[in-house]
Design a protein around this ligand. Structure first.
Ligand code: NAP
Length: 305
């Protein structure tokens, strides 16, 4: 019987794990892949405090993992198939069996949203990508399209300018959502050409991406751009399949919690990108992981009477 099982090893999970391990709880962190979460796909992080010159996403997460393990956090690679939540029993179901626990912290994060258009699935990994850090170097001196107008799209487009000859940045409105500093940086890049008020309708190609078809949402005009890569950064969907029907979710499927990260089920907490909130940052995930760990301790004390 664990005191607490943390599901997900991104910034929120590793922080909750660090704090709960330092509090000498019997804590296990489950992660289906390598700990680090989506930050691992970020080339360079420059708004996490304490790193005035920035830090690579990989290094930051490696440091968080090392720090948590130094205090005894046990990390296990396992895919969670489901949860059993009743008033007197909580269990996490994995391929390796059922793990009983007194409390659970959901830090499962979110997954990149897809465009859901023709050609996207067929050409996934053959020119359609959701990770510039992983795939950017394959597009040296080639033309690519980047879809989206948020922080991720601009940050990744700026990263891609190191490799590609030209980026067609396609945004569905005429105003970007991204933070000002990224807008200014992207606008000053000669390699980035903005295509406003447009959405992709089809990705074309046989063995690899050859072109993208775009529709102007104001004029309805359809045009075609020759590109060898399409990078999709249009936001994320929460990884909440395992808790659907068990805890309260908002209208977009994110987990609703109170200020102490408590979900609608006592003893089940949530932190990081999986939570219903406005601002998704590494720093907010870290803060919520710490808050969740404290709430877990208080909950365990209440069980002990
Ligand atoms: P986001 O902020 O939700 O932006 C998604 C972008 O994609 C928006 O511009 C949106 O257009 C567009 N979009 C959404 N659905 C679309 C569709 N079906 N077709 C075409 N375009 C579509 O997502 P994000 O950029 O991944 O960022 C997620 C969170 O992480 C944000 O809170 C962000 O601030 C944070 N983040 C922070 C940093 C950083 O601080 N350095 C870096 C990366 C991410 P509209 O604008 O019209 O809605």
């Amino acid at each position: 019987m664990y005191d607490v099982i943390i599901i997900g090893g991104g910034p929120a999970g590793l922080t909750a794990g660090l704090y709960n391990a330092r509090a000498r709880l019997n804590v296990l962190l489950l992660e289906r892949l390598a700990p680090g979460g989506q930050v691992l796909t970020t080339d360079w992080v420059e708004n996490y405090p304490g790193f005035p010159d920035g830090v690579s996403g990989f290094e930051l997460m490696d440091r968080m993992k090392t720090q948590a393990e130094r205090f005894g956090l046990k990390i296990q690679s396992d895919e969670v198939a489901g949860l059993e939540l009743s008033a007197d029993r909580k269990a996490v179901l994995t391929a390796a069996g059922s793990l009983e626990t007194k409390a659970i912290v959901l830090c499962c994060g979110a997954t990149w949203k897809k465009l859901e258009i023709e050609g996207e699935d067929q050409l996934m990994g053959k020119g359609v990508s959701f990770c510039a850090t992983c795939d950017g170097p394959f597009y040296r001196n080639q033309e690519v399209a980047v879809i989206g107008g948020g922080d991720t799209a601009l940050e990744e487009a700026i990263f891609l300018t190191r490799f590609v000859s030209k980026i067609h940045l396609v945004h569905r409105r005429d105003k970007l959502r991204a933070t000002r500093v990224l807008q200014e940086r992207a606008m000053s890049q000669e390699k980035i050409e903005f295509i406003w008020d447009s959405i992709p309708v089809k990705i074309l190609g046989e063995k690899g991406v050859e072109a993208i078809e775009l529709k102007n949402v104001k004029t309805q005009a359809v045009s075609r751009k020759s590109v060898q890569g399409v990078f999709v950064f249009i936001g994320t969907l929460p990884n909440t399949d395992m808790v659907k029907g068990l805890i309260r979710l908002d209208e977009n499927g994110f987990v609703v919690t109170d200020d102490n990260m408590q979900t609608s089920v006592p003893g089940v907490f949530a932190a990081g990108d999986i939570r219903s909130k406005l601002f998704r940052q590494i720093s907010t995930a870290v803060g919520e992981g710490a808050a969740a760990s404290y709430a877990v301790e208080k909950y365990l004390e209440s069980l002990a009477g």
